[in-house]
Ligand binder design. Structure first.
Ligand code: V47
Length: 905
């Protein structure tokens, strides 16, 4: 990805050209650069550099998962002063310790959704035995074996080691054996001894925290890392923290356990955690502003050059800011979360959960390509629509030439296909004799094939009940069997049969000592009779099923056991398969399914085949099939029948978007952009957010006084009476007012939710109103529009357009109430010259889960954004005396600024 010339110029003139040169050359930034970045006023430019790095790694892909938080106990003997979650003693009315049954109940409540992760972080509970944790893990895994459990911070692991007399390695191994998948990043707080002593004197120190992660990595486990910022730390201490994490990551990536196939043990994600100040012993601190949070996001991305991801954890930072973080280097939004306690008990005003659709919309609205991942960043579901593509010339495709595969090879030229039985096809793929294959899942999960195979999204061969073609045949019921012959033709069916016979519903019916034997391909049925049962698959099974009195349909047995579909085969290939091949196979499969649905695929087929293809087989690789496949992988791996239990789809191709034609208009900044409707619509639809913001910032510098930002002091009715609201959906009346001569007005324009009309028609006339008719334009957000309504990214886009198209003398006000004061601060850096109306007292009405908004808080936000606050009246005339009033009213809050460490803006 390359930087647009406008932003490059802005970065260079902000004195950051040397850091940009290092970033672009991939040179590591040192501690001095870190301190400069943490103190530089132009936060949006830091964001632009961080986005450059993030997009260089991931293109426009933004990851999320579907997860569930379970905080099993909040009883904690540590006394971290920032914590609102912990209760000292069992028995405290607000203390809880879930029983294993209650924890499993939480999981059950999640229903049949594709959930891939449980996140569990807990207090240091002195009253629990170690078995509580291993039982908890086992119970959760027994309920949903395919779940990845990311649990127990390094602080907990260290506590377990001390309390239960084990080494850290022994604790990790025991937890892993019980079902733990990886470690979350919590408990890191701030490593520097000075700050750590004040924040959390009685829990493990930095060396101990780092040691636990080093041990986890050495054992091949992955983990995350966090930093608690905005409480008592200095800028230097932040930099020290990040560089210590970077050093450990260097060490882990160089270690022997960093197996290249799956990345081995290392940090995956860094999560900056913004201090929340309610219900804890640091309530006297104001907490960091939204702008500071975006800064930490950006600087982390720039310093942690060996971390794959930086995560915007929305429960901690707010949904709007998390979305905006995607333009500040973040590549992950965490997940659906559900039942977050740590931040909600500390005053976070964020929702308790987001749906998958919410996350997808936030990411797409920010210009990203959403990717649903598992905890290890394997791609589980694609959210992008299938792209039509031609099959690349010469592609070699393996398939099992069974009837059931017909829909998936529909439209693929026969010359490209090489057919064989399942074991042969797997062998061809392993040997590189084919590039991609319709591969039985038993082979996909086996050690014989490379671990980095990827799967084509959306289609598979599966069944959701009886399939007729994977059968155990016998003369008597399972209670009479002493031998079961598993045909070597299909490993998948053999693994499924073994699983059902040893761990599933057939296990209890098989007599003790019954033998399960593998026999050569095609010999499953030989000798079946008496006390011998045999597995037979494919078209042979469909032919043989009428000849035996006892028929156990394995897909039906699987469904009865798990409630899930069974997946027999998927398109799989090497990771470097050309994207066009993936698209073509995806599109061919989906076309085949349409042809199956409209009957054209079935022309000339006999009734049996029609039933088989339409009523027995199930082709979509959707949520349920994915869960079925993951459940099978997890159970089979636990039983030692396969080598792997992860699934990884081909990721969408999502390169960064290059310069858009409409952006050429911005190159002329700081000159005014012509406010013609077509121009505005083109910029709205096309221009990239960072480019719009840089251009708007340049225009602000050209037309508004440098270094000063106004705010409307206690305007009340005076302001409201003067405001003309332009309703985007029905602007005619308001625009008619603007078209007639009259006194100067305040115009309120509002960004709408998805589906609202583009701005040209309603904003254009506002921007080209007669000189003197518009005094200021306030940019706000319309109500409604679903759970998320208008987004903060759209609000900033509109604000930038307003600044770019407004006449020089028009003020631009940030009406940030909907998205939080961080947006107000950012607006000042990206176009607005006014922070909007502010109530006179310290306890105004605009509260977004942080400090109540009043004059002191408004002034603090403005100052922290790098401006001198200047109160003004409704006519924008300075209100000098109010400054003194503000100081008098808000003295208690103003003192709080004084406790902020020097150097922290
Ligand atoms: O270590 C507690 C923080 C952490 C407050 O790995 C607070 O994906 C701010 O581990 N204000 C635990 N922060 C959370 C955690 C986590 C969260 C999200 C994702 C991941 C991951 C891990 O929460 C603690 C502490 O730093 N914390 N109280 C507070 N008042």
């Amino acid at each position: 990805m390359t930087l647009d010339p406008l932003t490059r110029r802005a970065i260079e003139s902000a004195g950051l050209g040397d850091i940009l040169a290092d970033v672009e050359a991939g040179r590591r930034l040192d501690a001095a650069a870190g301190v400069r970045l943490f103190t530089h006023p132009e936060v949006p430019l830091l964001g632009a550099m961080a986005a450059l790095v993030g997009q260089g790694r991931h293109g426009r892909r933004v990851y999320f998962n579907r997860n569930l938080h379970i905080n099993a106990t909040n009883v904690c003997e540590a006394s971290c002063v920032f914590c609102s979650f912990a209760r000292l003693k069992t028995g405290d009315p607000a203390a809880w310790t879930l029983s294993t049954r209650q924890a499993v109940e939480r999981l059950r409540k999640a229903g049949p959704e594709l959930l891939s992760e449980v996140h569990t972080v807990n207090g240091l509970n002195p009253d629990l035995p170690f078995a509580y944790y291993t039982d908890l893990l086992r119970a959760l895994k027994a309920e949903r074996p395919e779940l990845h459990i990311k649990g127990f911070t390094a602080v907990e692991v260290h506590y377990f080691a001390e309390k239960y007399g084990m080494s850290v390695g022994e604790v990790l191994i025991a937890l892993r054996e019980a079902g733990l998948g990886s470690l979350p990043g919590g408990g890191a707080e701030i490593f520097a001894p000075r700050a750590r002593k004040k924040l959390c004197d009685d829990k493990v120190d930095a060396a101990g925290w780092l040691f636990v992660h080093a041990e986890a990595h050495r054992l091949g486990m992955r983990s995350n890392a966090t930093m608690l910022f905005g409480s008592l730390e200095t800028v230097e201490e932040r930099v020290d923290h990040l560089l210590q994490l970077r050093a450990l990551q260097d060490h882990s990536l160089a270690g022997p356990s960093a197996d290249p196939a799956h990345g081995g043990g290392h940090f995956q994600t860094f999560i900056p955690l913004r201090f929340h100040n309610e219900n804890n012993r640091l309530a006297r601190l104001a907490g960091p502003t939204g702008l500071e949070t975006l800064r930490v996001m950006a600087v982390s991305r720039l310093l942690l050059d060996n971390f794959p991801h930086v995560k915007a954890y929305w429960p901690m930072m707010g949904v709007a800011e998390a979305q905006l973080s995607l333009a500040f280097g973040a590549s992950d939004l965490d997940g659906t979360v559900r039942e977050e306690h740590i931040y909600h008990m500390a005053g976070a005003a964020t929702p308790q959960e987001l749906s998958r659709a919410d996350l997808v919309r936030l990411i797409e609205n920010a210009g990203g390509v959403p990717v649903e991942r598992d905890t290890l960043y394997d791609v589980l579901r694609r959210c992008d629509p299938p792209a039509p593509a031609a099959l690349p010339e010469g592609l070699r495709i393996g398939w099992v030439a069974y009837e059931n595969a017909r829909p998936l090879v529909h439209g693929i030229p026969g010359a490209a296909l090489r057919g064989g039985h399942p074991v042969e096809v797997a062998r061809w793929l392993a040997a590189g004799e084919v590039d991609v294959a319709l591969l039985p899942v038993g082979a996909l999960l086996s050690a014989d094939l490379p671990a980095d195979l990827r799967v084509v999204p959306d289609v598979c061969i599966g069944a959701d009940g009886p399939v007729d073609s994977v059968l155990l045949l016998a003369e008597g019921p399972p209670e009479t069997w002493d031998t079961v012959r598993l045909d070597g033709r299909s490993r998948t069916s053999a693994v499924l049969a073994r699983l059902l016979l040893t761990a599933g519903p057939l296990a209890a019916r098989l007599p003790p000592g019954a033998r399960i034997v593998e026999v050569p391909a095609g010999e499953g049925l030989a000798g079946v009779g008496g006390r011998t049962a045999g597995l037979v698959i494919g078209d042979d099974a469909r032919a043989a099923r009428g000849r035996y009195p006892v028929v156990v349909d394995l897909a039906a047995a699987w469904k009865a056991w798990t409630g899930l579909p069974f997946v027999f085969a998927v398109w799989a290939g090497r990771a470097d398969l050309p994207p066009a091949a993936v698209d073509a196979l995806r599109a061919a499969g989906l076309a085949g399914l349409r042809a199956l649905a409209d009957g054209s695929l079935l022309a000339g087929a006999d009734a049996d085949t029609v039933t088989y293809l339409t009523a027995r087989l199930r082709y979509p690789l959707d949520d349920r099939a994915t869960m079925g496949l993951l459940r099978f992988a997890a159970l089979a791996r636990a039983a030692g029948l396969v080598a792997r239990d992860t699934l990884s789809l081909y990721a969408p191709e999502a390169p960064p978007v290059g310069a858009r034609p409409a952006e050429a208009l911005l190159a002329a900044a700081p000159a005014r952009v012509p406010p013609a409707p077509a121009t505005l619509d083109a910029l709205w639809a096309e221009a990239r957010l960072p480019v719009l913001l840089t251009a708007a910032a340049a225009r602000r510098r050209a037309v508004a006084p440098a270094g000063v930002a106004t705010y409307g002091l206690d305007l009340g009715a005076a302001d409201a009476g003067d405001t003309l609201v332009v309703d985007a959906a029905d602007p005619a009346a308001a625009l008619a007012v603007l078209a007639t001569p009259g006194p100067a007005l305040r115009v309120l324009v509002r960004v709408g939710a998805a589906g609202a009309p583009p701005p040209g028609a309603w904003l254009g006339p506002v921007l080209s109103a007669a000189p003197g008719r518009v005094r200021s334009i306030a940019v706000g957000a319309a109500e409604g529009g679903g759970p998320l309504g208008a987004t903060g990214v759209d609000w900033l886009r509109l604000l930038a357009l307003v600044r770019l198209g407004a006449a020089d003398e028009v003020h631009v006000e940030a009406d940030w109430g909907r998205f939080g004061r961080g947006f107000g601060q950012l607006a000042l850096l990206c176009g607005a010259d006014d922070f909007g109306p502010v109530p006179a007292g310290p306890d105004g009405e605009m509260v977004d889960g942080e400090v109540p908004m009043g004059v002191a808080e408004a002034e603090r936000c403005i100052r922290l954004a790098g401006f001198t606050p200047a109160p003004r009246g409704p006519d924008f005339a300075p209100r000098g005396a109010a400054r003194t009033a503000a100081e008098r009213l808000d003295r208690p809050l103003r003192r709080l600024d004084a406790v902020r460490p020097p150097g922290l803006r």
